[in-house]
Design a protein around this ligand. Sequence first.
Ligand code: AMP
Length: 147
Amino acid sequence: MNTSIATLLEHKGGAVKSVPSGISVADAVKEMNRQKIGCMLVIDGEKLVGIFTERDVLTRVVAADLDPKGTTVARVMTANVLTVGPETSVQKMMEIFTEKRCRHMPVEKDERIVGLISIGDVSRWVASAHRAEAESLRQYISGDLSS
Ligand code: AMP
């Protein structure tokens, strides 16, 4: 759990999907579905201006009865984006996701976005770390490991 999210990004890669804020919700959702992702960073020029997730589609578009074709992402995104540094530990990341009640976090280094970590990335990593630990304990108990 002390592993940094930089390590997770080494495996996942730093590519981040984004849309401009003037795009319609309908087009942003099409792109999210095409890419099979639940979140888009909203970037104008080079500036991170917001984050738009499937939760926003449900709560701010569908529940608010807005027309996805006639509504821009700018209107329904979260403008105040939280980010973390790559040195953040997996443990800390789980605490942040729980405390902030969100499932996506852009990773920022030297004022540049270097990746995006989702709650799914973190839980996959934790599950595989637990599997590796269990396997090594099994080997130890059955005497396959020398001390
Ligand atoms: P999520 O659970 O990630 O789908 O998002 C839940 C809510 O939090 C949505 O309104 C998102 O726009 C918002 N949100 C998600 N990630 C972040 C973030 N890193 N910073 C700020 N808001 C976020």
